[in-house]
Design a protein around this ligand. Structure first.
Ligand code: FAD
Length: 401
């Protein structure tokens, strides 16, 4: 019996190169509607401009885009109440995938707003803090950032030096945070600081005297995303600026787990864009008298890319279902982030080879996605940190120190 596709029964659905495993079957109509809305928004509002923004290293329409993302329910999408959409984890993941298929910088804006800043306030904030910040953040009127990393403390945030000291009923905050997405454009910064009671989170209005957020320039990755330092010099905060529900590193780590989940999906969006670009190019670019997609070596690359891309999407979907069922463990998120970002970068690198010299041009999205993914590989836990998380879970032995 032949093993070629011609042996397929005529009653089978046709093979779809865009969805070779038929994973679309896993989605509900509502899931598809969310996906299509985000895909259309990105096609209309991001794709026509992204190469120009990337080259300039700017996101000039950032505030306008944020408000539009708010109006389509993409900010704090899987949170409930306070103007948030209350979408499922799978729907939030699909949104991340579609946004990152446009650019990782846009997905980062949404992840930091929803999964880090809003999630921290939603999960650990007082009712007053939630009422004050969340509806405006869900609408995109106020941008949030999340300050955990410091110049000397990245993978090991337990060593942080930023310190909040009580002064009467106030807090006085001193320290520096580094590599903070949305920092210079934020209206509220969720800042994690050492206190006499352990690590606490603070909702800091960025207009507070002593707070500044100089933008970090000269990045060769995530160029269409604002990245900043946070400088806190005797920032005086009222007693109610502290998030009452979080003491210790568990607070920020649970926010990171939520954001990493979005990256599991998002990275596959960047990979999909690179794959589609390479597939189209392989079909049309001719060398030695025929399309390069007709050469076995190119087909091997495309087949391997498609396998990793759609395995990654299946993995993301599986984790999404576990999250919706309240059964997703942080180690499983590490599994997904480790695999999907690593594979997404490999897919982009292979796509770049298929495009030859054109692969390095901003006329095509491939190199932009590849360089973006270098940041995604590092933030929200480096590859090595997720290997150590999994290594510890597998062996029961802690190799972090
Ligand atoms: C564009 C961008 C945006 C970011 N946005 C934010 C943000 O919004 N908020 C925020 O708080 N942070 C943000 N970050 C910071 C990011 O989370 C950190 O860069 C990341 O946690 C790694 O920290 P580090 O850069 O200090 O590297 P380091 O921790 O110094 O690590 C350097 C290298 O050493 C390895 N390493 C460290 N310890 C070990 C060990 N025990 N075993 C083996 N290898 C080890 C690491 O894996 C890495 O390869 C952002 C970063 C970037 C690039």
């Amino acid at each position: 019996m032949s093993a070629t596709p011609s042996s397929a029964s005529p009653t089978l659905p046709p093979f779809d190169p865009g969805d070779p495993l038929g994973t679309d079957d896993l989605l509900t109509d509502e899931d598809r509607a969310v996906r299509d809305t985000l895909r259309q928004w990105a096609a209309d509002r991001v794709l026509p401009h992204i190469a120009e923004w990337y080259e300039a290293g700017e996101l000039p329409a950032l505030r306008e885009l944020t408000r539009e993302l708010g109006s389509i329910g993409a900010l704090g999408m899987s949170l409930t109440g306070y103007g948030c959409a209350g979408a499922s984890a799978v729907q939030y993941g699909l949104a991340c995938l579609e946004l990152e298929a446009a650019d990782s910088g846009i997905r980062s804006l949404v992840s930091v707003q929803g999964s880090l800043a809003m999630y921290a306030i939603w999960r650990f904030g007082s009712e007053e803090q939630k009422q004050r910040w969340l509806p405006a953040m869900a609408a995109g009127e106020v941008i949030g950032c999340f300050g955990l990393t410091e110049p000397d403390h990245g993978s090991d945030p337990a060593g942080m030096r930023t310190y909040a000291k009580r002064d009467g009923s106030d807090w006085v905050l001193n320290g520096r945070k580094m590599w903070i997405t949305n920092g210079s454009v934020a209206g509220v910064a969720v800042v994690w600081a050492r206190t006499d009671e352990g690590i606490r989170g603070f909702a800091v209005p960025t207009g507070s005297p002593g707070f500044s957020a100089p933008e970090i320039k000269h990045k060769w990755s995530l160029r269409a995303s604002v990245t900043s330092e946070l400088v806190m010099d005797d920032v005086r905060l009222p007693a109610d600026a502290v998030l009452p529900g979080a003491t210790g590193l568990r607070g920020p780590l649970s926010c990171l787990s939520h954001a990493r989940y979005g990256i599991v999906w998002g990275s596959m969006g960047a990979a999909r864009a690179a794959f589609e670009s390479a597939l189209e190019y392989a079909r049309t670019r001719e060398q030695f008298g025929r399309p390069i997609g007709g050469f076995q070596l190119t087909q091997a690359k495309l087949a391997d890319m498609a396998v990793e891309l759609h395995k990654g999407i299946l993995l993301a979907h599986h984790l999404g279902r576990r999250m919706d069922a309240g059964r997703l463990r942080p180690e499983q998120v590490s599994f997904g982030k480790l695999n999907n970002v690593r594979e997404a970068i490999e897919i982009c690198r292979t796509a770049r080879t298929i495009l030859g010299a054109n692969g390095i041009s901003l006329e095509y999205p491939v190199m932009r996605h590849a360089t973006n993914l270098e940041s995604v590989l590092t933030y929200e836990g480096t590859v090595e940190m997720h290997q150590l998380v999994l290594g510890k879970a597998l062996t029961g032995l802690d190799a972090f120190r």
